[in-house]
Ligand binder design. Structure first.
Ligand SMILES: [Fe+2]
Length: 214
């Protein structure tokens, strides 16, 4: 049984009190560019199907998805300014490609301005671009659904296969995506985000332990 936790890691009774937050997130989404809104609604549908498949709370999965890109339309300098103001660590790659800060900045905005106090949703939004070892099933679901947007087929031609895998095993699907993406980035001589490498290592190690029964 899943234990809901707040941002201080304390157990909370359940996914209650989300309506207020949901209303505030919806207002933010309504103000986003239409193309971005379309992406959000497409991947929200995918997230709800995945939530059903895994028996995860659909309200939280939908809310995580609705919230994931609230900072995606911010320009680089604003993302930098907000990240610095929030005291977030900015790594080398994020200095070069500030759009990578939209997850962390979005999560902090929700926490600070919209009273988000659900650890799982916070982490799902924060790490939705790269994944992270701390992601739980809801976080993995948000991460995958974002990548499974059919409109991203040119960037990720393996989407149909990934979608099938995501319906079978969230961990294997995240691992598959990260392996492919890291191979693609390194083969093109691109920088890689350390959280992607950490997330992949954590999944591989968890799998090794499972196989050896340790
Ligand atoms: Fe995003």
């Amino acid at each position: 049984m899943y234990t809901y936790k707040n941002l201080r890691g304390e157990p909370i009774p359940g996914p209650a009190q989300l309506q207020d937050l949901s209303d505030r997130v919806q207002k933010r989404v309504d103000a986003l560019p239409v193309g971005l809104q379309d992406h959000i609604y497409r991947v929200k549908d995918i997230a709800l199907k995945l939530a059903e498949q895994y028996g995860l709370d659909k309200e939280r999965a939908g809310l995580g998805m609705l919230a994931h890109d609230i900072a995606r339309a911010m320009a680089g300098p604003e993302l930098f300014r907000r990240a610095a103001e929030f005291g977030l660590t900015i790594n080398l790659l994020e200095r070069q490609v500030p759009v990578l800060l939209h997850g962390p900045v979005g999560a902090e905005l929700l926490r600070r301005e919209d009273r988000l106090d659900d650890l799982s949703i916070y982490r799902a939004v924060y790490w939705h671009t790269t994944a992270h070892p701390a992601l739980d099933d809801l976080g993995k679901l948000v991460f995958l659904a974002d990548k499974l947007d059919p409109q991203k087929i040119a960037r990720y031609p393996f989407i149909p296969e990934l979608h099938r895998l995501a319906m079978e095993d969230l961990d294997r699907a995240v691992l598959e995506f990260l392996t492919r993406e890291l191979a693609s980035l390194t083969s093109r001589g691109e920088l890689v985000h350390p959280a992607m490498v950490e997330a992949r290592n954590a999944l591989l190690l968890a799998r090794t332990k499972e196989v050896s029964g340790r």
